[in-house]
Design a binder for this molecule. Sequence first.
Ligand SMILES: [Zn+2]
Length: 313
Amino acid sequence: MIGAVDIGGTKIAVGAVDNQGRVLARAECLTFPERGYREAFERTEKLLREVAKSAGAELTGIGIGSTGPVDAFSGEFGNVTFFPAWQGENPVSDLARSFGVRVAIENDADSSALAEYAWGAGKNKERLIYVTVGTGIGAGIILDGRLYRGVKGAHPELGHHVIDATGPLCDCGFHGCWESLAAGPAMVSWLKGQVPVDYPYREGLTAKRICELAFSGEQWARRAADREAHYLGLGLANLVTTFAPDAIVLGGSVMKSAVLFLEEIRRVICRCCRLVPWSQAELTLASLGDDANLIGAARVWHHRFADARGNGV
Ligand SMILES: [Zn+2]
């Protein structure tokens, strides 16, 4: 039984996950980054003990998926947007000391990629890219069952590959990154810049709301959805051309409305990817549902400490 910890900007979820990727118990709390790392750690520790108890098993290891950047090998938080004051804190060594088990951490896009490869829509796909589209765009790359890492363990930032250098300013400081054109907030800011001042849905507009309006046939929202599909398609086409993968698995909140986008995404890939076997790159939706982040966090442990395929534990 692996303890799973999913650390996000707004909440921390914990779970007890068995060796088939089933979540047997779960709990969560708000992150409250401003109260400091130590307080958040103590809350997490307490919740982990509670879920282990309700699952009726001892935790044999702990896996963490966290909003990044995190150092997968030292276990330390980098300069994370949501909790910059936690930089240099080390939940891996702290949890290992507290529970007496081995602990591993990965960026949450990487942890979700590992879970989809092991137990989800990307099962047995040897060249798999997982892409999550929500408030940003994150991705994890699996090659031959192992997580692809850059130099010194760096997590590649596919959400920041440039689609249009004359595009909007991105959070990273450059212009026209994929994320700045196709993440949820990009849909909102584009639509707000286009609609007339008396547009009735302007207040409290979110990507989710735009998708609902598009489903109902509202014309401005439909245009926003078409634009979203186009930019998602361009970024995904770049990944197909660059990696010629077996599969791309799509997750994240925006992808809950994937039916609005998939046809155009496939059309863009078909038009752009002329030199690689693009039709072999299966485009599928993430299949692990609302527990995906917890399952991913648990898989981080298997990937790090079990055999090369993550089996045999
Ligand atoms: Zn960027």
